[in-house]
Ligand binder design. Structure first.
Ligand code: CO
Length: 161
């Protein structure tokens, strides 16, 4: 596996809409493995393909809990419910944190690395992470949704909760 360089804002690729994946081959499997390793190494909970310079609808999310590694290929949010406001960061924006409003609960249709269609329901922080990554695939950055930027002190206050 390999650690890939992470694209930083203001690289233009971060604001472009990605193309759908049509080839579910060995290269895709390797890419997903490398994206996961890159995300772990960078201490993140999610990573989208544009963040490694690829304009494809591919993202990984891993909260390091019982939900496991979630591989999102061509994902679409098909249902959403409720609302949550909480702190968010992004590997492409070091040191930037802010409060972002998201749906509390979502249902997503996506494909796995073999191209099989599946559906996943998520709520709370997992739903937040998935919404953040799907936004990336549509060229939408979390900074466009920040209602309040957080200082280091405010962020630590959140983490102690
Ligand atoms: Co991000």
């Amino acid at each position: 596996m390999a650690i890939l360089p992470i694209v930083m804002f203001p690289d233009k690729i971060l604001e472009q809409k990605c193309d759908k994946v049509t080839n579910f081959d060995r290269n895709l499997a390797m890419l997903l493995n490398n994206m996961h390793e890159t995300m772990i190494e960078a201490d993140g909970v999610g990573l989208a393909a544009p963040q490694i310079g690829l304009r494809k609808m591919i993202a990984v999310v891993d909260l390091d809990d019982e939900s496991g590694v979630i591989e999102l290929i061509n994902p679409v949010i098909v249902e959403q419910d409720g609302e949550q406001t909480g702190p968010e960061g992004c590997l492409s924006f070091p040191e930037i944190y802010g409060e972002v409003k998201r749906a509390y609960k979502i249902k997503v249709q996506a494909q796995d690395r073999k191209g099989r269609h599946y559906e996943i329901e998520a709520e709370d922080f997992l739903a937040r992470a998935i919404q953040h990554e799907i936004d990336h695939l549509n060229g939408i950055l979390f900074t466009s949704k920040i209602t309040h930027y957080l200082t280091q002190e405010e962020l630590e206050g959140y983490e102690e909760e």
